[in-house]
Structure formats: C-alpha cells, structure tokens
Design a protein around this ligand. Structure first.
Ligand SMILES: C[S@@+](CC[C@H](N)C(=O)[O-])C[C@H]1O[C@@H](n2cnc3c(N)ncnc32)[C@H](O)[C@@H]1O
Length: 212
C-alpha cells in the first residue's frame, strides 16, 4: 500500500501524540465545530439508530472514537480500519488498556477486506478528505453496510473556503476534498438515501445517510 506524504507524516509518533492531545483538548473545536465529547455523543446516536451491533470506524487513526464507542456500548463490536500501521499500533495499545469490543484492521478504505453487509452502522471522523479514491470509498461503504445502517461522517466538505493551512495539508495528502453536495451524490449513487449535511465551521461539516 503506497502512503501519501501526509499519511507518512502521520506515522511519526510525535505527530500522533500532538494530534491526540489536540483532539482530546478543545483545540479542534474551532476547526470541526464540535468537542470530542460532542462528537462521541453524535456517533453514539447514529450507532443506536443503525441496523445492528457491528460498527465500522473508517480511518480510525489511533482508535480514539472506536474505543469510546466500544466502552459506551459493551454489547456492540467496533472495527476500526486504517491504512497506517503506526496509527493502528497505538490504537491496539489503547484498546488493550480500555478493554471492550473493539478490533483494528490495516487496509485501504477503497478496498475493504469485509464481506458484503457486515455493519449496522459506520462512522468516519476527519478522515474522508484524506482518501484519494472517494467514489470507491462511497461504493465500499455501501457494500459493507447492511440495509438500514446509518453512516455518520465529519470531514472537510467545503474546500472552496479552505485557508492556506488546509490547502497545504491537502497537498500533502495528494487529494482535494469533495464538496458536501458531491458526497451526497456519490453516496446516493452507491446505495445510500436521505443524505443530510450540516456545516460546522467555514470548511468542515458533518453528514448522515442511511443504507437503502
Ligand atoms: C486525521 S486522521 C483521523 C483519525 C481519527 N478518525 C480521529 O479522528 O482521531 C485521518 C486518518 O485517515 C487515515 N487514512 C487516510 N487515507 C486512508 C485510506 N485510503 N484508507 C484508510 N485510512 C486512511 C490516516 O491514516 C489517518 O489515520
């Protein structure tokens, strides 16, 4: 699996530690429009409104959200998927300390190693805009979700408002984020319905859609 310069940067333990501290403080709030606890509450609402206890965290990174959800819903199982081995090393260490029904898989979101209809809910936090083949990611999400599954995503979804830092980061990722309308189209073409989007900050937003 070839990694982009940004994905390689996210292998550096110092970057990972900084990112995690930022996520757990209120540092991200002006960017994403939500605190970590608020995001966890939104994910849990989507998981509870889904189609069963198998939950996918796409682009799970260090497993921050996967572990929170597993701890909050002990009868559920959360599978975190990420393309970065060092992120997953940290995620696995965190899961071992936290316990709970969570496991992690190294793979590309555009080619997921899961059978069709594996998950009753899926979420993806601050990751979709880093994935180069977004149409393939939308198709894979539709394939691995059960009918009725709820998908919740928070990502850069208004790139025309991006400032220099976001432009630089995305250049490192080697991918330009999709506008929210385009995500809606891709997901509906792939087999989701009822796409709803909410703008959270000038550049970031969150969406929900249900697998038909
Ligand atoms: C900004 S981090 C967010 C991590 C985590 N969701 C969080 O909010 O803390 C983005 C993650 O997406 C992962 N990623 C990027 N492209 C990917 C791909 N094609 N397939 C799977 N994961 C990918 C990166 O390795 C990274 O861990």
């Amino acid at each position: 699996m070839g990694l982009s310069p940004l994905q390689r940067l996210f292998q550096d333990p110092r970057v990972l530690a900084l990112y995690e501290r930022g996520r757990e403080s209120l540092l991200f709030r002006p960017v994403t429009g939500r605190s970590l606890d608020e995001e966890v509450a939104e994910i849990l609402a989507a998981v509870d409104d889904g189609a069963g206890p198998h939950v996918l965290d796409l682009g799970c990174g260090q497993g921050t959200f996967a572990v929170e959800v597993a701890l909050a819903r002990p009868t559920f199982h959360v599978t975190g998927l990420d393309i970065s081995p060092s992120q997953l090393d940290r995620a696995r260490r965190k899961a071992a300390v936290a316990g709970g029904g969570v496991s992690f898989v190294l793979a590309d979101a555009a080619r997921m190693p899961f059978p069709d209809a594996s998950f009753g809910a899926a979420f993806s936090m601050t990751s979709l805009h880093q994935m180069p083949d977004q149409p393939a990611v939308a198709r894979e999400l539709a394939r691995v979700c059960l009918p009725g599954a709820l998908l919740f995503g928070a990502c850069i979804a208004r790139p025309r408002a991006a400032g220099p830092l976001t432009r630089r980061t995305q250049a490192l990722a080697g991918v330009w984020p999709l506008e929210s309308d385009r995500w809606g189209e891709l997901l509906e073409q792939a087999g989701f319905r009822d796409y709803r989007y909410e703008q959270r900050s000038p550049v970031w937003g969150a969406f929900e859609a249900r697998r038909a």
